[in-house]
Design a protein around this ligand. Structure first.
Ligand code: NFE
Ligand code: MG
Length: 580
């Protein structure tokens, strides 16, 4: 058998810069390596600042998961300063986080992942009338007439004839791995375009509660906009009024309509043509899953009230959920054995984020180069581990955690979807399982939004319009030293920020991000990260057109902008904090 190394660099239709190297024996991947090739410098500028401002900087880590770093940041400060928030603020945060999920997941499916499964060029061969019949057989979505699909087809035809494919450029069109009939391809392309318009409208939910999107505003201790149902619309009023609240209800309905009538049926339809991608050996990661939890039922910090539970699953064993403690020194650690960093105590140890160090040690190849030296360091990502295990975070982890903990809506939806596709639960441990889990949780979170909205409205009607806790807003009342962790479930998985505050200022700040968990390199013990594990054993139809690599990597929805750490170009130590 011939061996070779396939390089995909940059992986496109993601956020940030990712390189995949896959060593193959014949057409089968025997060893894969995931490398974050970009550096950023946000965490460092947080040092010395007022902790109440941290969210505004941290949020700029990424423009895709546009609010999650803001949420993690304000929660970290609130945890450090023992700062409770009013129930209305929690409900508003739930709505904003859920809106981020729905927006982000739909965009990922259509705009970043769909073209791995949908052949745009084949859509030109579709019969618009047959496409309409197909669309109407799977959904009641209004935009499904033959004329509508003929219109879309003409638009795509013009693009292809112009030779400038624009948003559809650069894919392996015509690859035999594409299995959809032309009509299904045309339907999906139409929904790709619809999703573009839809996402622009629904992003407005963030602007109502947070002033803008991307990067809505936040506030340590609550929600930034006051609620005043009687305040007027337009200039001079920054409060959320009755018109804004009514708009929120409409957006929730718009979100649910698109998820129910477009995203869910499209996922099921596409998945039914790609059942091979549910099989063992097709994209399973490490078999270990981690969630931090999110969506508190009320203002309390009691994890038992959270809709998404916290926990760890090891080795696919859903009968046992391990407890996860974000503050325990030995539980969550980041390793740098194969990262372009060093630690004060050497490269082999792991450090808990409260003691995290970010210290450049670049000894990689200088461009132009052929290959990474994967026996040494090969990524700007660290390798986070939970009790030494490489954990997958994200939609699949959450759906399994909800399923394993007996969440009825999840069990019901998952069982129905699997029955429709005639697949066992084990099929979820795969590339298509991960993609289907994203759709499934999107529906679960969208469906939960009306109950949070109704609670908020009931509080307002009962006269409780409190959105902010003013206690502790005076820094002189803070303890001299405090530390805390703020966590959330971001679209790509468990996210936490750890903050250390000394004398009213930030003395250390560490973010361990979902894509770092999933895309990180091997650790000191040689354990692969989830991307690396997921690619191993995959066979490629044509190593020159590694569509299969894109399918599996995209199923994780990579965001390398989030995942990389901070460097100082002079190689100086940037952050060192001693635990008390
Ligand atoms: Ni930049 Fe992010 C999400 C975070 S990624 S997209 O979701 O946090 O790892
Ligand atoms: Mg970090």
């Amino acid at each position: 058998m011939s061996t070779q190394t396939i390089v995909v660099d940059p992986v496109t239709r993601i956020e940030g810069h990712l390189r995949i190297e896959a060593e193959t024996d014949g057409n089968v991947i025997t060893r894969a390596s995931s490398s974050g090739t970009m550096v950023r410098g946000i965490e460092i500028i947080l040092r010395g600042r007022d902790p109440r401002d941290a969210w505004a900087f941290a949020q700029r880590i990424c423009g895709v998961c546009t609010l999650v770093h803001g949420i993690a940041s304000v929660r970290a400060v609130e945890d450090a300063l023992k700062y409770e928030i009013p129930v209305n603020a929690q409900l508003i945060r739930n709505l904003m986080i859920a809106a981020q999920f729905v927006h982000d997941h739909v965009m990922h499916f259509y705009h970043l992942h769909a073209l791995d499964w949908v052949d745009v060029v084949s859509a030109l061969k579709a019969d618009p009338k047959a496409t309409s019949t197909l669309a109407q057989s799977i959904s009641s979505y209004a935009r499904s007439s033959p004329g509508y699909f003929a219109d879309v087809q003409n638009r795509v035809k013009k693009l292809v004839e112009s030779g400038q494919l624009g948003i559809f450029a650069n894919a392996y069109w015509g690859h035999p791995g594409y299995a959809l009939p032309p009509e299904a391809n045309l339907m999906a392309v139409a929904h790709y375009l619809d999703a573009l318009a839809w996402q622009r409208q629904v992003a407005e939910l963030h602007t109502i509660f947070g002033g803008k999107n991307p990067h809505p505003n936040f506030l340590v201790g609550g929600s930034p906009a006051a609620i005043s149902v009687h305040s007027g619309e337009g200039t001079g009023s920054t409060a959320v009024n009755a018109v804004g609240l009514q708009k929120v209800a409409e957006i929730i309905e718009q979100m649910r309509m698109f998820v129910d009538q477009v995203y869910v049926p499209d996922t099921l339809a596409i998945a039914s043509f790609y059942k091979d991608w549910f099989k063992k050996g097709c994209g399973e990661g490490t078999g270990n899953f981690l969630t931090y939890g999110d969506f508190p039922a009320d203002g309390s910090a009691d994890l038992k009230t959270y809709m998404i539970p916290r926990g760890a699953i090891l080795g696919r064993d859903l009968s046992r959920i391990y407890e996860v403690d974000l503050t325990k020194e030995e539980d969550i650690q980041e390793f740098v054995a194969h990262s372009w960093y060093d630690y004060d105590g050497g490269k082999v140890q792991g450090l808990h984020p409260y003691r995290g160090e970010t210290r450049l040690a670049y000894s990689g190849p200088k461009p132009p180069y052929e290959n990474l030296d994967t026996s040494a360091s090969y990524s700007w990502l660290k390798s986070p581990r939970w009790k030494g295990n490489a954990m997958e975070v994200g939609p699949l982890a959450r759906v399994l955690m909800l399923y394993a903990s007996g969440h009825e809506p999840t069990k019901d939806l998952a069982n129905k979807a699997l029955a429709q596709l005639d697949l066992p639960l084990e099929a979820m441990y795969s590339t298509m399982g991960r993609t289907a889990a994203r759709t499934l949780e999107c529906k679960i979170f969208a469906d939960a939004m009306p109950s949070w909205y109704e609670k908020l409205m009931a509080n307002i009607k009962a006269g409780d319009v409190r959105t902010f806790n003013e206690r502790l807003w005076e820094p002189s009342s803070w303890p001299r030293h405090a530390q805390g962790v703020g966590f959330t479930e971001a679209p790509r998985g468990a996210l936490a920020h750890w903050i250390v505050i000394d004398d009213e200022r930030i003395s250390n700040y560490q973010a361990v991000v979902p894509s770092t968990w999933n895309a990180g390199p091997r650790d000191a013990a040689g354990n692969e990260g989830p991307y690396e594990a997921a690619l191993k054993g995959q066979s490629l139809h044509d190593p020159k057109q590694p569509l299969e690599i894109l399918r599996t990597i995209h199923s994780f929805d990579p965001c390398l902008a989030c995942a990389v750490h901070v460097v100082d170009p002079d190689g100086e130590e940037l952050i060192r904090v001693k635990v008390q």
